[in-house]
Design a protein around this ligand. Structure first.
Ligand code: NDP
Ligand code: 2IT
Length: 448
């Protein structure tokens, strides 16, 4: 519930302008609620129409993506890119290929990205894009033709100083390669820093693949240490998803001494009391692009259950790393009843607003996505730095920078929560800390 009348008015306008866009409205409402903590101390923001401008994308692009499938049939998908805010740097954010992608999903992700990118301390504005294309079950040739068609429109809107896409759900190294190849061909230019998440042979950064999942754990590690004097050592962890973020969160949590006992995909979850065998998951998901149900053929003692029951598995630390609104109030109640101490968001907005409130009431440590999963885009920023320098850093060097950035984000968010009078509320802390830098830049640049 937003109480400040200026923020309320802005939110009413957002609702009117974006009818039915539930994910976007959910993200905006949470952020505006956090701004209650600062808005009365900053009357200049209202005078400059700052919040009205902040919630309206600078540009929203929607386009047709026609391509021909392996049967010779013409398929048409919808492509999007939102260029939300360029106050502190070129637009930056991933591309998502998933049938659920809509204007609302892209706008919520782009909006969150503004604050996340600001928290990294690197000069990146906020953007996001994607398509309702479903890569599942498509041949390599189909994925390539789709990517080429998508880039045949997107190329006019991107550039290392304009807008720099990367991966997200359904977009990994294969897709980035096809997108880069087509962009280079159209522009007749090898512009390294125009996409991130590139392969290592053509300008990618070591540790970018691992960065989001590793970063989630570095953030959680600092949070556990500073807020509870604790660590991952001996903890039981449940991770939803089994994609890029989930896999490397599992790897790092295990390296830090935890036991991950369950992982999932959109069909169901596996439970392995001995700890997830990550080589098996990597083989199933990265090599075979198959379903997680196959895990039981690698580990006969493990159990597979179809459906969404993963949050009923007892754990100390829950890490949703799949998609938005994965954890609702029922799931939250199960996690709390099972005695968990922390909820760490690896995916973007994986917890419904009502579920977040439950966790906070129950006193769990709560690490919000835009802080906890910022390691991916931070390392994309480091990839851009290396592209500009025409140099490559070692894995250890990139990983060390990533770790420093994640520790820094925790402390910025925590300190902001203290300044806002709600010590330990990292939702408010991350929103406010991310926003103040963007707001300062927007104020300095006039009414644009
Ligand atoms: P991937 O495509 O690699 O993996 C996505 C995983 O989530 C898969 O296991 C997938 O299952 C599952 N999933 C996707 N949609 C749904 C759904 N509707 N219901 C249930 N499960 C679903 O994506 P990433 O790992 O890259 O992304 C995961 C999350 O992390 C997203 O929220 C993304 O925005 C966020 N993120 C990603 C970053 C990155 O660098 N890649 C950076 C920061 C955040 P299935 O295979 O069955 O579809
Ligand atoms: O949600 C995210 O931060 C990402 N998908 C990563 C974006 C990026 O530009 O690396």
């Amino acid at each position: 519930m937003i109480k400040n009348s200026y923020l309320q008015e802005v939110y009413e306008q957002v609702k009117k302008r974006n009818p039915g866009e539930s994910e976007f409205l959910q993200a905006v409402e949470e952020v505006l609620e956090s701004f209650e903590a600062i808005i009365e101390k900053k009357p200049e923001y209202q005078k400059a129409g700052l919040i009205e401008r902040f919630v309206e994308p600078e540009r929203f692009i929607q386009f047709r993506v026609p391509w021909v499938d392996d049967n010779g049939k013409v398929q048409v998908n919808r492509g999007f890119r939102v260029q939300f805010n360029s106050a502190i740097g070129p637009y930056k954010g991933g591309l998502r290929f998933h049938p659920s992608v809509s204007a609302s999903v892209i706008k919520f992700l782009g909006f969150e990205q503004i604050l996340k990118n600001s928290l990294t301390g690197l000069p990146m504005g906020g953007g996001k894009g994607g398509s309702d294309f479903d890569p599942k079950g498509k041949s390599d040739g189909e994925v390539m033709r789709f990517c080429q068609s998508y880039m045949t429109e997107l190329y006019r809107h991107v550039g290392q100083f304009i807008d720099v896409p990367a991966g997200d759900i359904g977009v990994g190294a294969r897709e980035i390669g096809y997108l880069f190849g087509q962009l280079k061909r159209i522009k007749n230019e090898f512009e390294g820093g125009v996409l991130t998440g590139k392969g290592l042979s053509y300008g990618g950064s070591l540790a970018r693949t691992e960065a989001t999942g590793f970063g989630v754990c570095y953030f959680a590690q600092e949070m556990l240490k500073c807020m509870k004097g604790d660590s991952f050592e001996g903890k039981t962890v449940v991770i939803s998803g089994s994609g890029n973020v989930a896999i490397f969160a599992c790897q790092k949590a295990t390296e830090l001494g935890a036991k991950v006992v369950a992982m999932s995909d959109s069909n169901g979850y596996v439970y392995d009391a001995d700890g997830i065998d990550l080589d098996a998951i990597k083989d199933i998901k990265l090599n075979k692009r198959a379903r997680i149900s196959e895990y039981v053929s690698y580990r006969p003692n493990a159990k597979y259950e179809a459906g969404h029951g993963i949050w009923g598995v007892k754990c100390d630390i829950a890490m949703p790393c799949a998609t938005q609104n994965d954890i609702d109030v029922d799931d939250a109640e199960k996690i709390i009843a099972n005695g968990a101490m922390a909820l760490v968001e690896g995916a973007n907005m994986p917890t419904t607003a009502a579920a977040v409130a439950k966790f906070q009431e129950a006193g769990l440590l709560f690490a919000p996505a835009k802080a906890a999963n910022a390691g991916g885009v931070a390392t994309s920023g480091l990839e851009m730095s290396q592209n500009s320098l025409r140099l490559s850093w070692t894995f250890e060097e990139v990983d060390a920078r990533l770790k420093d950035i994640m520790v820094g984000i925790f402390h910025n968010a925590y300190d902001a929560s203290v300044e806002c009078g709600c010590e330990g509320n990292l939702v408010v802390g991350a929103n406010v800390a991310g926003f103040l830098k963007v707001a300062d830049a927007m104020m300095a640049q006039g009414i644009v």
